[in-house]
Ligand binder design. Sequence first.
Ligand code: NAD
Length: 449
Amino acid sequence: MTDAYTKFVRSAPGALLAKRVGLPRPARLPRRGDRPGPVLGPVVVLGESEGADQVAHELLGWGADVRRRFEELRTVGSVILVLDEVSTPADLGRLLLPLAGAMRTLAPGARVVTISRPARGEDPAQDAARGGVEGFLRSLAHEMRAGGTANGILVTDGVGPDAPGVIGTLRFLLSARSAFVTGQLVTVASEAGSLTEDLEQPLAGRTALVTGAARGIGAAIARTLAADGARLVVLDVPGAGTELSRLANELHAVPIQLDVTAQGAGERLVASLRERGLRLDVVVLNAGITRDKLFANMTAERWDPVLAVNIASQIALTDALIEAGAAGAVLGAQPRVVSLSSTSGIAGNRGQTNYAASKAGVIAFVDALAARLESLGGTANAVAPGFIETEMTARMPALTREVARRLNSLQQGGLPADVAEAIAFLSSAEAGGLRGETLRVCGQNMVGR
Ligand code: NAD
């Protein structure tokens, strides 16, 4: 799906004009299936710590062409900067500047990933260096070219740079699956989780529920999880029954028609799962609506349904699933909950006080839910999409839509599949070390942090 402007600037006359007057020229983003291996090589692993050696060793195990210096390389596919032992800001230049001279050798769709530790409020010089890595990374992402991305992994003190969550996140960020994720830092807070042997079907043997699955991002999530090997339960309102059955047939999925805001919806979901003998390993809380209005014109008719669908239903459904667990499991071991937030929930958006309240609520909710699921060996995280090409955004006024599309480092809208890929990652065994994270899938949209 390519928008009209992008088609024009990719034509010969369009490219010439765009270059002359300095218009954005969005690159073609590599996606699943566009690359043969798990990582674009050669991969250069920079860093002086033992962690850097461990990461380089891990990549060799993937069959990657791994180097520890840029040497005379004319093209570089991926760069990993292992900065877990920086202790003062003076360390940064020595460790980072070798990449400066190699920036022009980065291949189209290249990946840069930093691995560092979050500031912890104890040692001012060390925290300044750790914080410095984040500022560096976010700026570098703005300077990447030709569909390249730059992201960071923050590894909490006490967690090894070779923990499953770190390696799993690294795999995701290096792959074409993270095409629309850039300028982001993901925290790995524990050694939990395990690495998947089967990279083609990481969700094989797992059962996943997707709410709001009949169309848009929900349908893309269901398709991606199914392609990753999961058995699907797809849920949507009775009014979307025809689209839901079509999707269920396509994916050999179990359809459930249910309004998630209905009285007792959680208990009805539990009853449906029990009837069919299903146990959920993955729960994707995607159903969501907008009822935009300036706050001066806001009414309960617009406010209440948005809060009810986007956040209250998520609390009710997860409460019912967790409580039912005690009396006969409907949740599998190590359950993964992934919820849909939005960049509006991070930065706010004019006309969206109701929506932003619900989506900021999601960010805080997954954090608390992750703590609750920990005793079950589970975790909860969220994804915050930016501008995604869906029916929802197709309804925006043309000029607003065109501006919104370009306001990110990749200068284009994301696809529903990009959101789905991030959700598939957060649903996997590899993401067990991520707790209450909100991962933005927004091309580094210029809003919020
Ligand atoms: P969409 O309107 O195309 O699809 C939403 C789906 O949810 C529909 O199938 C709808 O029937 C279902 N749904 C709505 N209310 C429901 C209810 N009460 N019970 C069960 N199902 C219900 O929307 P989308 O663009 O695919 O968005 C999916 C999610 O992503 C939403 O949570 C949305 O807020 C979020 N999001 C979207 C974007 C974007 O750019 N499209 C950006 C940020 C976040």
